[in-house]
Design a protein around this ligand. Structure first.
Ligand SMILES: Cc1cc2nc3c(=O)[nH]c(=O)nc-3n(C[C@H](O)[C@H](O)[C@H](O)COP(=O)(O)OP(=O)(O)OC[C@H]3O[C@@H](n4cnc5c(N)ncnc54)[C@H](O)[C@@H]3O)c2cc1C
Length: 407
């Protein structure tokens, strides 16, 4: 089958790109080796950052120009505006984040945000305007127009629109026919169960498989040193918890970032990251949970953690390698032959990655409409479940309570 582009990996980066290329008339197929979004997207907190967090950390430099536009781009996509992926079925968990501090944050954050021209800057809340769970915070509290979405619903929304060209494949069956390193002539796939075979002949191959990009690059004869991983150890809490989305920022550090959702059984969930998830990399789950419970008690005075259960998960951020292994400033793209490798660095930057990629791999206007009919009988992937649906080891509060195994 002749194609303009084959995309490997159906996280936010691959699916957003699939949408952009399909709308521009390209003949494009996305190949998923596991579950859509498995890896970073499903594990992420879904905050549509506008750059303030990086301003506070003093690292919002070149990347400001792109990230500061992102909240508006996503807002338009979520509203179904033309010219962008239509995300009308994506669930927005919150229209804004809160930002709070144990001392005086708001003036500093506002000043920094204005200085680099952020389009989304914090709006100071009076004591009466604070949500109940932030009522006893001693420092300032602000509202920031950064939406928070459900990554599961985002992936589902995009997949449902392009089911006809998103295929599941077995990595063991994958073969690249190479003309030279980075020059893929054809891609061969076979399905052991059905005995089906597929030969795809694309002009371009795009790797947006997150941490899976390293292996795919190796198979295409390209260097794997181009990727870096930065580990995180995240915390989940469920039970009698108030809805909260936002960051407690102390100095230049995001001490905790909390986002909220509801499980399929109707329990309230907190997903907790920020500095605690960086510090937690060196900790065992029990120790991290105890540490986070202390941090939450310190940054959210008066919020009760009674009747809650806790769990952790480890996840690596996969990014294009930068010297020193620090956070890249922007999306990362590598071009070699007809293979392009991309890492968005942040979920919110997926539109930037897709735009830069689609400009780089512009194809001639196809002479005929893409017919995905020959793919109709091939397997489709499923969407990865949110982590709180699959984790079975939960620890009661306080952390010394026995571990509960939930089916
Ligand atoms: C804990 C955490 C919280 C985060 N929170 C935020 C946030 O609030 N806001 C924000 O903007 N960013 C956030 N990020 C960053 C963001 O999640 C990532 O930058 C983004 O999701 C990366 O998307 P991706 O599509 O490149 O990769 P992934 O989401 O990792 O997707 C890779 C896809 O490729 C598939 N795959 C893997 N190997 C192969 C293979 N060999 N062949 C084919 N397919 C393969 C996987 O199954 C998956 O579907 C967070 C990251 C983490 C880890």
């Amino acid at each position: 089958m002749k194609l303009d582009t084959v995309i490997f990996g159906g996280g936010v980066a691959g699916l957003w790109l699939l949408d952009v290329l399909s709308r521009r008339g390209q003949h494009v197929v996305l190949l998923e080796a596991h579950e859509l979004g498995s890896g970073q997207t499903i594990a992420s907190q879904g905050i549509l950052h506008g750059g303030l967090k990086y301003t506070l950390q003093g690292i919002l430099t070149r990347s400001a120009s792109q990230i500061r536009e992102m909240p508006n781009v996503w807002r338009k996509a979520l509203a179904g505006s033309p010219g962008l992926p239509s995300l009308k079925k994506t669930v927005v968990r919150s229209e804004f984040c809160h930002l709070w501090h144990t001392q005086s944050l708001v003036s500093r954050a506002g000043m920094l945000g204005a200085r680099v021209g952020l389009s989304v800057t914090p709006e100071k809340l009076s004591p009466q305007e604070r949500p109940e769970c932030l009522a006893n915070v001693p420092g300032g509290v602000a509202k920031l127009g950064e939406q928070v979405l459900s990554p599961f619903s985002l992936i589902t929304d995009l997949f449902e629109q392009y089911r006809d060209r998103v295929l599941k494949f077995d990595l063991n069956s994958l073969e690249f026919d190479l003309d030279s390193p980075g020059e893929v002539r054809s891609i061969r796939l076979s399905d052991e169960q059905s005995g089906g075979q597929l030969v795809l002949k694309p002009h371009h191959v795009v790797l947006t498989a997150g941490a899976g990009n390293a292996e795919l690059r190796a198979r295409a004869g390209l260097s794997t040193a181009a990727m870096q991983r930065r580990p995180l150890h995240m915390v989940l809490a469920r039970g009698d918890l108030p809805e909260l989305n936002g960051h407690c920022v102390d100095g230049s550090r995001t001490r905790v970032t909390i986002t909220s959702d509801v499980t399929s059984h109707g329990q309230h969930i907190w997903q907790i990251g920020g500095q605690v998830a960086e510090d937690g990399v060196a900790m065992e789950p029990h120790d991290l949970i105890a540490h986070v419970q202390k941090e939450v008690a310190a940054v959210l005075p008066g919020v009760s953690l009674d009747r809650t259960e806790w769990a952790t998960y480890r996840i690596d951020r996969a990014e294009g390698a930068v010297s020193g292994g620090t956070r890249p400033e922007n999306v990362q793209l590598l071009f070699a032959g007809n293979v392009t490798t991309g890492w968005p660095t942040k979920l919110v930057l997926a539109p930037v990655l897709a735009e830069e990629l689609s400009q780089a791999i512009r194809s001639q206007e196809p002479e005929f409409r893409f017919d995905p009919l020959p793919l109709a009988h091939w397997k489709r992937p499923v969407v990865a479940q949110p982590l709180w649906e699959t984790i079975t080891d939960w620890i009661g509060y306080p952390a010394s309570a026995p571990v509960r195994h939930v089916a």
